[in-house]
Design a protein around this ligand. Structure first.
Ligand SMILES: [Zn+2]
Length: 301
């Protein structure tokens, strides 16, 4: 008889639980920020996997369904997703997440973009035609994006506004406290020279006083050519640089080949939460990035 008595109570609980706000982010880093701000009022999905190149995501029919049902879409902007998101959005037919709608958060708005080209270079295959879109690994930028997300969530779901504001403050305070630690960890390596596969570490380098002296791709999105690889090797040798940073979706073999010829070392890093163990939140991911790079620089002076 007990179970029969419980049944009406269960039904009542279901009736008062408000449906969660469905939030879709193009990439896991943006999804992680949405979870920080939205807490249990939101249901967050990322279209890209943490091990996928954010420029070249495998578009699937299921993405269209996800976008069709979304109340909020967070995209990186600055053409990060130009190669795959526009057709998915067209097919999703969802005005709630159109550019300019309350349900559309463009992460790059309010961000001071670096590497903005003076002339548009798209014809040569450059995927950074509006400036470098990998800005979230500067913690100051993560705070700006989190504030954008809080503002839009409050518009779409006014009943949660106080909670979104409280979560934003909590996140920003945590990022500030951690930034001081990260700066201290990397301070001994001020001016250290690093090499990256794609041009995706300049915001991090600027914030923490490192220098990206070469990228394996001759231009963002263009595979390394033998002549460019030869240039990278000579640049590394003349600068006495030894660290090559590679993300999971980038060609590690090319980096290993260069490392062998420069007495260098390949570091596996990720800017996407979840791609590497114990990096499920933005702060955990940044912790991992800072520690991995600091340890790499320490061991390869
Ligand atoms: Zn890029």
């Amino acid at each position: 008889m007990k179970s029969l008595l419980l049944l009406p109570m269960f039904a009542a609980t279901v009736a008062i639980a408000a449906p969660k706000v469905s939030v879709v982010a193009t990439t896991p880093d943006l999804a992680a920020l949405a979870r920080e701000i939205g807490g249990d009022r939101v249901d967050v999905k990322s279209l890209a996997k943490s091990t996928e190149d954010p420029h070249f995501v495998d578009a699937k029919p299921s993405h269209i369904v996800t976008l069709n049902r979304a109340k909020v879409l967070i995209d990186g902007g600055a053409e990060l997703e130009l190669g795959w998101l526009p057709p998915l959005l067209d097919n999703s037919r969802n005005d709630k997440i159109a550019v300019g709608a309350a349900g559309r958060v463009t992460a790059s708005s309010g961000i001071k973009m670096l590497d903005v080209p003076t002339t548009l270079d798209r014809a040569k295959g450059d995927v950074h035609a509006l400036g470098n879109p990998h800005f979230l690994i500067d913690p100051k930028n993560a705070k700006i994006v989190a504030a954008n997300i809080a503002q839009h969530l409050s518009q779409v779901d006014p009943a949660g506004a106080a909670m979104y504001a409280a979560n934003l403050k909590k996140f920003s305070d945590a990022v500030d406290a951690k930034t001081a630690v990260w700066e201290k960890t990397l301070a001994p390596f001020a001016g250290a020279k690093i090499v990256t596969y794609h041009n995706d570490f300049i915001y991090f380098a600027n914030r923490f006083g490192l220098k990206v002296i070469a990228t394996l791709e001759p231009k963002p999105g263009i595979a390394p050519s033998p002549s460019h690889v030869a240039n990278v090797i000579s640049t590394m040798k003349s600068n006495d640089a030894h660290l090559l940073l590679v993300q999971p979706y980038q060609n590690r073999k090319t980096a290993e080949n260069i490392a062998r010829q420069t007495n260098g070392v390949v570091l596996d890093v990720s800017q996407q939460p979840g791609a590497i163990k114990n990096t499920d939140t933005y702060i955990a991911m940044m912790d991992n990035l800072v520690t991995t790079i600091a340890n790499g620089l320490k061991a390869n002076k």
